[in-house]
Design a protein around this ligand. Structure first.
Ligand code: NDP
Length: 291
């Protein structure tokens, strides 16, 4: 069994990013990322903090905009409009989920597609579907793909089961893996909450990508001998022995599947760190495209 070390691959990606940032410097360009947080959700605050810290470490200009919980839709759209016009900002990210009174899709629609480094704008979704590489691809599935590439896990002709069909992970992952190119070419099945006999669907898979949002959801009953498991889930479960009172676990029951797997991503230290490095990579790409 091989442990897929997302932390070290993420560091490799960030090193590549540093080299790209240096090259951009020769053109007088500094990539800039704006991260907008509405409200006080502690998990969202932590994600935003770590994105901004990574930017600072690498020399990416970052703008953290923290807005009160009661910020109106109009006020938020005005902030987006300003960031769309700001030449120092190449990427805009609105941390999800916003408070319930905010219409998230209207906010995404307002971000200029060329600054939508999260890859959520309909124009970028269309480009992903059309296999047009001029768009931006959501960071988490992009990170999963990079992990498969780094560990030389063959996707061509592989049977892949993606469990979860959100745009941010499952659907985009499926589109990437079914793409007609050498990092795709998989035969993809997408499972969701209405899927019947999930265990037998998963049993056919050479590669399983799980993005469900339920701790320890996938176990040894879903896995055949030699399966590669990519666990996207990040779930907080109570842990009295930890100072914080909780720990992070994936959607996969790691201990139950580990002996059957060919390779697996741990949580934490698997897909999570890749998401941030792919975000920086997308921001650099957005900056390059302004030259
Ligand atoms: P969503 O809630 O948007 O989607 C969950 C998906 O899981 C849905 O498609 C849902 O099906 C499906 N699902 C729920 N229950 C079952 C079930 N019993 N059987 C099969 N499918 C089921 O979640 P996200 O995609 O946003 O996130 C998923 C997980 O990934 C979360 O733990 C999240 O924290 C994590 N995540 C991690 C990231 C990272 O950086 N590592 C980034 C983004 C997310 P249906 O559509 O039918 O409701």
């Amino acid at each position: 069994m091989q442990l897929i070390d997302g932390k070290s691959v993420s560091e490799k990606v960030l090193k590549e990013c540093s080299a790209e940032i240096e090259k951009l410097g020769a053109y007088g360009k500094v990539p800039g990322l704006a991260v907008v947080l509405v409200g006080n959700d502690p998990a969202s605050k932590a994600y935003v903090g770590s994105k901004v810290r990574t930017c600072e470490k690498l020399g990416v200009y970052s703008l953290k905009i923290e807005l009160a919980e009661q910020t109106t839709q109009e006020e938020l759209l005005k902030v987006i409009d300003e960031l769309n016009q700001d030449p120092k900002i190449h990427g805009i990210l609105v941390q999800s989920p916003p408070p319930v009174h905010i219409d998230e899709s209207a906010v995404i629609l307002r971000i200029k597609p060329e600054k939508d480094v999260d890859g959520f704008h309909p124009e970028n979704v269309a480009k992903l579907t059309l296999e047009d590489s001029s768009g931006f691809v959501p960071c988490t599935p992009l990170g999963c793909l990079r992990l498969l590439q780094e560990y030389k896990i063959e996707t061509n002709g592989a049977n892949v089961v993606v469990v979860g069909r959100s745009m941010i992970v499952g659907k985009s992952m499926a589109l990437l893996l079914m793409s007609n190119n050498s990092s795709g070419n998989s035969t993809v099945t997408v499972a969701h909450s209405r899927t019947k006999n999930l265990e037998s669907v998963c049993a056919r898979a050479d590669i399983i990508v799980v993005a469900v949002g339920r701790a320890h959801f996938l176990d040894d009953k879903h896995i055949s001998e030699g399966t590669v498991v990519i666990d996207v889930g990040i779930n907080r479960v109570e842990d009295k022995s930890s100072k914080k009172g909780y720990k992070l676990v994936g959607d996969v029951d790691f201990d139950s599947v580990v002996d059957k797997c060919k390779a697996i991503t741990p949580v934490p230290g698997g897909v999570g760190p890749m998401t941030i490095s792919m975000l920086i990579s997308n921001t650099i790409e957005a900056c390059k495209r302004t030259i």
